[in-house]
Design a protein around this ligand. Structure first.
Ligand code: CP
Length: 309
């Protein structure tokens, strides 16, 4: 595999064009059928920098790189000089001399953007407080696996306007899938992010809208998606939990959704909070397919970014 002439990063969903997303998802479907068919990362190394805990993202990226023939190098931020005694800029320059790609999970989106600005190898956002693009790309794959006629269908996201909601809405907008956000007023997306999402939706002829009424939010949904109400490192906020309670994905809510609707969750779940056991473990749930699909989609993403096609 030759290095592409122009380094490509994946710091946010819209770093990819509609055509590139199609290409990556098509490749992911092939890789899911034949997981060991592609060894194009043989002899290559991918750094995985994590400043926050992770099960799915860390393990799936490690497995991705291994199955593609390369080596994943896990680095917790605490063990690096990064930020404590070396700038992000210098870290990016040094790591670019050693490794072929950098996957990073951290707090501020601006840190990922800065790393990408100075790295000469692809930088992949593995979650920031603002975005979770790898999750969103994989979620579109899971949705299309169940609904190959995905165009014009709706994914309804129930919860607060967090990083998962932002990236899901962006990925839906670029994939011809409408996204309804079932969000109580005080937990809306940040205004700048909302504007960005509306711009993407308008440019691609899709719809992203907010519906405050939980039942109306799910009544035309092909997928009902939820995420934890207390993100990593946040204090449990009783006021927030109370405000979100009507948005819980439970049997009553799912009885209003179309019969064919699937249930999605990026995991980890706080069972009994944003989703009940019977729905999470029920026949409509695709949450563990969603987790598995991280591997197939990220393999396709890595080969795209590293191979340039
Ligand atoms: N969904 C997700 O990103 O899971 P982890 O936090 O375990 O990586």
């Amino acid at each position: 595999m030759d290095r592409p002439e122009r380094v490509r990063h994946f710091t946010k969903v819209s770093d990819l064009s509609v055509e590139e997303i199609r290409k990556i998802l098509k490749r992911a479907f092939k890789l899911k059928e034949r997981p060991h068919a592609d060894r194009s990362l043989t002899g290559r190394t991918v750094a995985l920098i994590f400043s926050k805990p992770s099960t799915r993202t860390r393990v799936s990226f490690s497995v991705c790189v291994y199955q593609l023939g390369g080596m994943a190098l896990y680095l917790s931020e605490q063990e690096l000089q990064m930020r404590s005694s070396e700038s992000l800029e210098d870290t990016a320059r040094v790591l670019s001399r050693f490794v072929d790609a950098i996957v990073i999970r951290t707090f501020a989106q601006s840190d990922v953007d800065e790393l990408a600005a100075h790295a000469t190898v692809p930088v992949i956002n593995a979650l920031t407080d603002e975005r979770h693009p790898c999750q969103a790309l994989s979620d579109i794959f899971t949705f299309e696996e169940r609904f190959p006629d995905s165009k014009g269908r709706t994914i309804t996201y129930m919860g607060d306007g967090n990083n998962v909601a932002v990236s899901l809405a962006a990925a839906g907008a670029l994939s011809g899938i409408d996204v309804c956000l079932g969000i109580p007023e005080e937990y809306d997306l940040a205004p700048a992010l909302w504007e960005e999402i509306q711009g993407l939706a308008a440019a691609h002829g899709t719809r992203v809208w907010v519906e405050r009424d939980p039942e109306r939010a799910v009544e035309t949904a092909s997928a009902v998606y939820t995420d934890v109400w207390t993100s990593m490192g946040q204090e449990r906020d009783q006021g927030k939990l109370q405000a979100l309670q009507p948005y819980q994905v439970n049997r009553g809510l799912m009885s209003v959704a179309p019969w064919e609707a699937i249930v999605m969750h990026c995991l980890p779940a706080h069972r009994g909070e944003e989703i009940t056991d019977e729905i999470m473990d029920g026949p409509q749930s695709v949450v563990f397919d969603q987790a598995e699909n991280r591997v197939h989609v990220q393999k396709a993403l890595l080969t795209f970014l590293l191979g340039g096609d």
